[in-house]
Design a protein around this ligand. Structure first.
Ligand SMILES: NC(=O)c1ccc[n+]([C@@H]2O[C@H](COP(=O)([O-])OP(=O)(O)OC[C@H]3O[C@@H](n4cnc5c(N)ncnc54)[C@H](O)[C@@H]3O)[C@@H](O)[C@H]2O)c1
Ligand SMILES: [Zn+2]
Length: 349
């Protein structure tokens, strides 16, 4: 297949390019090299394969789609951002960008899409109350967080809840601007698939980590905050009480999921949109991750600060069974092994 990878110069995109090439596909990259993602002199993609352009640029997209069989859409502005003033930039890159890309695909007759989705679409993950069964706690109040009450409570009785694994059919409940734009991308992809006989897959990645992860910026993920602290000789600063649960999935496994999804979507049903959780299936707390990383790096142990970010959710861990059963995907990098190698891996400037 000839595949256009948008965002192919980014953290995950560059691993996707590598995985696709290794499986014998022909790859082209379109990436705007956003300053928020590429602080240092940007790694300009190989001139022969790459276009430095924005997905909102219709002409550049039209040009990049020439001769392409499928699109792997990784380009997006990521992270929680600095403050609400970032909202137009997130919506512009992620949603207008996706709309322009899909319109270009409609025009060019490209009917296969794999989208970089995210677990952020779920908001808080899955919770059960001993008395009320599965419940959906709302956003946490600042007053509770200030008082160190980090666990969401049952909306019906106020009791403690037990967190579980979220499935793809759970209702979406985005809790911040970035999450809203990731959900809108999926809705646009589903609408495109119906209107254009397209076949679309969204891989809802959990917390991706690994070599080439960007250094800490307001747009980076928690693993890179910790790695950057360790490099400065400082203890990783763990927010809340460190017991918030996540699924840390290695970037090589995520890249393999993309390659498998592209191959599967090739023979899929026209008009279909399918979401797949993409997690390691091995949930850990953020505190455990900080500890594992500090140990492997040989740096100071983490400090739990009690700070919080209002848009963060407490626990979100996925059931990635659908991806395993339907596409035969198996994550290969375990937590301890992955963190040990990430502790020494190069980060991106
Ligand atoms: N890193 C994670 O843990 C994680 C988790 C869930 C989902 N995702 C999704 O995975 C995808 C890749 O994220 P990443 O972590 O590799 O981030 P990244 O910032 O390293 O890569 C994104 C790339 O997209 C490019 N880009 C952004 N907006 C663009 C635009 N309008 N036009 C062209 N190029 C543009 C950037 O220059 C960058 O190279 C994103 O869609 C993100 O939402 C990431
Ligand atoms: Zn209850």
């Amino acid at each position: 297949m000839r595949v256009l990878v948008t965002g192919g110069a980014g953290f995950i995109g560059s691993h996707v390019v590598e995985a696709l090439t290794a499986r014998g596909h022909e790859v082209a990259v379109l990436d705007a090299l956003l300053p928020s993602a590429h602080a240092d002199p940007p790694p300009v993609p190989d001139g022969r394969l790459g276009t430095v352009a924005d997905v909102r640029d219709r002409d550049a997209v039209r040009e990049a789609l020439r001769g392409v069989d499928a699109v792997c859409h990784q380009a997006a502005m990521v992270g929680l951002g600095k403050d609400f003033a970032d909202a137009p930039a997130y919506v512009g890159c992620n949603d207008l960008g996706t709309a322009v890309l899909l319109a270009g695909m409609a025009e060019a007759g490209v009917r296969e899409l794999v989208l970089a989705g995210s677990m952020v679409v779920y908001g808080e993950g899955r919770y059960a109350c001993a008395r009320h069964g599965v419940v959906r706690p709302g956003p946490r109040a600042a007053a509770d967080l200030d008082a160190g009450r980090f666990e969401p409570r049952c909306p019906d009785c106020g009791d403690e809840l037990s967190p579980g694994l979220v499935g793809e059919d759970a209702p979406a409940d985005p809790r911040n601007v970035y999450a809203s734009t990731k959900l809108a991308q999926e809705h646009l992809a589903a609408a495109w698939a119906r209107a254009c006989d397209g076949r679309a897959v969204s891989l809802r990645y959990h917390n991706v980590y690994g070599p080439g992860m960007p250094r800490d910026t307001p747009y980076a993920g928690v693993a890179s905050f910790f790695r950057s602290s360790l490099e400065r000789g400082e203890p990783p600063q763990v927010f809340e009480d460190g017991r918030q649960r996540r699924d840390f999935v290695h970037v090589r496994d995520v890249a393999a999921a993309n390659a498998m999804a592209l191959e599967a979507v090739h023979g899929g049903n026209a008009g279909a949109f399918t979401a797949y959780n993409t997690g390691s299936g091995e949930p850990h707390t953020v505190g455990e991750m900080a500890q594992e990383l500090a140990r492997a790096f040989g740096g100071p142990g983490p400090e739990v600060t009690g700070e919080y970010r209002l848009g963060d959710v407490r626990h979100v861990t996925a059931d990635s069974g659908r991806l395993r059963t339907e596409l035969g995907w198996r994550p290969e990098v375990g937590f301890a092994e992955g963190m040990a190698s990430f502790a020494k891996a190069p980060l991106r400037g």
